[in-house]
Design a binder for this molecule. Structure first.
Ligand SMILES: Cc1ncc(COP(=O)(O)O)c(C=O)c1O
Length: 385
């Protein structure tokens, strides 16, 4: 057997990949499992987007390699979107790089800026990919605590007690997954000031800003932010295009050029149909967001009822595709979710997937129909904690 690379020794298989195998096995055994754990949008992309990809497929030049930076028209549509939605001006020539989703960007940014032994500030709780990618590039995670008492925002006094000398990147993600916390302009200003003070690249991963959020924000709206901040964004949740794999990184042209140095060596441009479909999506009117959010609001109402039935508490003002809830005091999150899976045939995500500060919490997804959520609610009225 050929030995695997040492860099994999500290990287576990992605939790959901392992857990979904277990869920699939239970389903194959005939268990009627309902999965309210995973955030893959079940709603359809806009029909005009589907029409666009269909017609693009017919074009004779659609099947050739595409530019590494995406077609100019796609970058221009991203620039217009950022201006209209976040009041951020981006030069479409060199401040925008299309990506295959924001997840891909986490790897490219890390490869572009981190050397072995460098350190990376990562939120706890937070998206697990920040940690796994940091380890894959042989850098070291330094976790910063987010707590309910601080509205899941960074506590800079606490962070500054850590040794920050080798820290080069800070991952930030507002609206925050898994908690749904939002950051204000002032919070982003503090992050930029922190990045400048310690010479750290602050990367805001921003895929949730249009889901159940009245005031979408970009970290790049902060004056002077471009020296130290870039932003990842994505069409996965905003337009229900998770499987299309389309997103972007935006910011200072020199930083974007450095990321392109990595990306252009790893893939060969995005399929034209995806780029054209993305352009159609980015040009949609605000009706699209309203329609989506009305559906999510109704679903969230039922998820709150589910959490009430489980004796959990939650914040009614959170944003994003998930609801984060605190279990009754002293309840172990993984034991609780395993019990729900095996006794009630409901899979829900334990907060510990996102770090130690997720202990005592669970996360439900809004990517299920009202009918399915009501089924879950009916099953759970019998649960004993
Ligand atoms: C915080 C966060 N960042 C990034 C991603 C990846 O999104 P994309 O589909 O754009 O790669 C997710 C997806 O679940 C996420 O929750």
């Amino acid at each position: 057997m050929i030995e695997k690379a040492d860099r994999l020794n500290n990287v576990k298989e992605y939790y959901f990949s392992k857990k979904l195998r277990e869920v699939a096995t239970l389903k194959n055994e005939g268990k009627p499992i309902i999965n309210i754990g995973i955030g893959s949008p079940d709603l359809q992309p806009p029909s005009s987007v589907i029409d666009t990809i269909k017609s693009t497929v017919q074009l004779p030049y659609a099947h050739q390699y595409q530019s590494y930076q995406g077609i100019p028209e796609f970058r221009e549509s991203i620039s217009e979107f950022y201006k209209e939605k976040y009041n951020v001006t981006l030069n479409s020539n060199d401040e925008i790089l299309p990506l295959m989703g924001s997840k891909e960007g986490i790897m490219h940014i890390s490869l572009a800026f981190l050397n072995k032994g460098d350190k990376v500030l990562i939120p706890n709780p937070g998206y697990p990919t920040y940690t796994s990618v940091t380890k894959l590039v042989e850098a070291a995670p330094v976790y910063y605590s987010l707590n309910e008492s601080n509205n899941w925002l960074p506590n800079f006094d606490e962070i500054e007690k850590k040794d920050l000398s080798k820290v080069k990147i800070m991952w930030v993600n507002y609206p925050h997954m898994p908690t749904g916390a939002v950051a204000s302009k002032l919070d982003f200003e503090q992050l930029i000031a922190f990045g400048k003070k310690h010479n750290i690249l602050v990367v805001n991963d921003n895929p949730y800003s249009f889901i159940l959020n009245d005031n979408p924000q970009s970290i790049l709206a902060v004056k002077g932010s471009r020296e130290v901040a870039i932003e990842l964004n994505s069409l996965s949740k905003t337009f229900n295009m998770a499987g299309w794999r389309v997103g972007m990184v935006v910011g200072d042209s020199e930083i974007i050029k450095t990321i392109l140095q990595v990306k252009s060596n790893m893939d060969s441009g995005m399929f034209l149909g995806i780029q054209k479909g993305a352009i159609t999506a980015l040009k949609l009117s605000n009706n699209w967001f309203e329609k989506q959010n009305n559906i999510y609001k109704k679903r969230r109402r039922i998820v709150w009822d589910i959490f009430d039935a489980l004796g959990c508490s939650y914040n009614n003002n959170s944003a994003g595709l998930f609801v984060w809830a605190k279990l009754p005091e002293g309840t172990n999150a993984e034991a609780f979710t395993d019990k729900l899976l095996h006794e009630n045939n409901v899979f829900i995500t334990p907060g510990t997937v996102f770090g130690s500060n997720g202990e005592g919490y669970i996360r439900a997804s809004l990517c299920l129909s009202e009918e399915e959520l009501i089924k879950v609610l009916n099953r759970l009225t019998t649960v004993k904690i």
